[in-house]
Design a protein around this ligand. Structure first.
Ligand SMILES: [Zn+2]
Length: 177
């Protein structure tokens, strides 16, 4: 994974890095190395970038946890018409926002990447400050964990049912044979 161990106070972490991002223009090189991205066009292809710029904030949008992304997502942040490449790449960004929100350790170049994208897509609701505010950290953490737990319970249930069916089938074979 791209994220190292240890914890950092998120609020100050982001603010410090915000100034750092402005001061250190050469940071991009480091970021490219870390994220293996293509410099000037991170995350989106041209078409999807245009789609993203058209996304508008819905004040009534509610967050929901996405198991495969490990993040909370608001419906107005995603575009159905993104190509599958971009849909895939953007997952990392949603997860990054989650880590920033809950105060997980995030390397400075990841924060720079995040803030750089914010400059490119200032109206993308993904970047709304209240959606990464430390004030909602507990809420989104709870939601994501709850979602994960529920998925695990579902899996266990499916596993039990599978085993039960298998046992029943074995039993049937034995009695019929
Ligand atoms: Zn695309």
């Amino acid at each position: 994974m791209i994220f190292g161990p240890g914890r950092r106070n998120n609020e100050t972490g982001v603010r410090n890095n915000r100034t750092e991002a402005h001061d250190n223009e050469t940071g991009a090189g480091q970021f490219n190395h870390q994220f293996d991205d293509k410099g000037d066009r991170p995350v989106f292809c041209e078409r999807c970038a245009a789609l993203t710029r058209r996304l508008t904030w819905d004040p009534l949008a509610e967050p929901h946890a996405e198991l495969l992304i490990g993040s909370c997502i608001w419906m107005d942040e995603r575009c159905r018409d993104w190509c599958s490449d971009c849909t895939d790449k953007v997952k990392e960004l949603f997860h990054l926002r989650y880590q920033i929100t809950v105060g997980d350790s995030v390397p400075p170049e990841a924060v720079r990447y995040f803030l750089e994208l914010e400059k490119q897509f200032p109206n993308w609701p993904l970047f709304r400050p209240e959606r990464r505010s430390p004030g909602i950290a507990d809420k989104v953490r709870r939601m994501v964990r709850h979602n994960l737990k529920r998925a695990c319970i579902e899996l266990e249930k499916m596993d039990r049912e599978y085993r039960k069916r298998e046992a029943e089938q074995t039993e049937e074979h034995r009695t019929s044979g």
